[in-house]
Ligand binder design. Sequence first.
Ligand SMILES: Nc1ncnc2c1ncn2[C@@H]1O[C@H](COP(=O)(O)OP(=O)(O)OP(=O)(O)O)[C@@H](O)[C@H]1O
Length: 237
Amino acid sequence: MASRQGLKSSKPSPKAVAAVTTNSPTSSTTSSSRQFLEPSIDGLSSPASSSARSKPQYSYSESVSLDVERSKENVTVTVRFRPLSPREIRQGEEIAWYADGDTIVRNEHNPSIAYAYDRVFGPTTTTRHVYDVAAQHVVNGAMEGINGTIFAYGVTSSGKTHTMHVIAKLTDGKSAHVPYRDSKLTRLLQSSLSGHGRVSASETEELRKKLAEVTESKEELELRNKKLAEESSYAKD
Ligand SMILES: Nc1ncnc2c1ncn2[C@@H]1O[C@H](COP(=O)(O)OP(=O)(O)OP(=O)(O)O)[C@@H](O)[C@H]1O
C-alpha cells in the first residue's frame, strides 16, 4: 500500500475518498465509521496498541467485517485510498492513513488511532472491484424497485471524480447517446426493454467548494444550489 512506501515529509494529507451507498426501502438505519478499539486483557476496551501494526488484531474488524452485498445495514460507508501521484512522490508527500485489512483505516503516525468502515480499499484496488463490492448491489436493488444512492465525498483531489467516472462515461453531457450497448444497465433491463425502451441516466457533481462558502448567507447558498441543479447534466436515450 502506498502508505507503506516509507515516504516521509512534513505534509501528510488525506488521499482517500469515501463512498456512501444507500439501498433501502426505508431510510431508518445508518452506519458510520467507528473508532477501532481492541479489547484489553481485563475485558475493557482500550485504544488499539501500536503492536497492532506489526501483528494486526482483527477480532473486532472481523465482527464488523461485512460482505457489503449481504449487509443488513441500509447505509454502508466504504473508503478508497488512491496511490500517490508521481508529483506527490517527487515532493516527498506521505499518506497519513492507510488501509489495515479490509475494514480498518489506521493512522500511520499513531497506530492506536484507527477507524472501522464497512469496507476499505487500498491504493492498488481497481475501480471495477470497488464497483463490484460496494456499488453493484445498489444497481441491482434499483432494478428490483428499491431506491438507492451512491455518492462520494472527500477532500479535493482525493479521487471522487476518478471513482465515479464510470457514470460520466455513460453520459458525455452533450449527446443523449449512451455509448455502452453492453453496459450493466442495458443487460439488467434487457428483458423489459425488448428493444423499444428508453433509459435515462443522470450525473451531478457539485462544484469545488470554496472556504468563502462558509460565510455565504442563506439566500446566496440557495441561489448557488439552484444554479448547480440547473447545470447538472442529464442524458437520455
Ligand atoms: N484510484 C486512483 N488511481 C490512480 N489515480 C487516481 C486514483 N484516484 C484519483 N486519481 C488521480 O488523482 C487526481 C485527483 O483525482 P480526482 O480528480 O478524481 O479528485 P476529486 O476528489 O474529484 O477532486 P476535486 O474535489 O478537486 O474535484 C487525478 O489526477 C486522478 O486521475
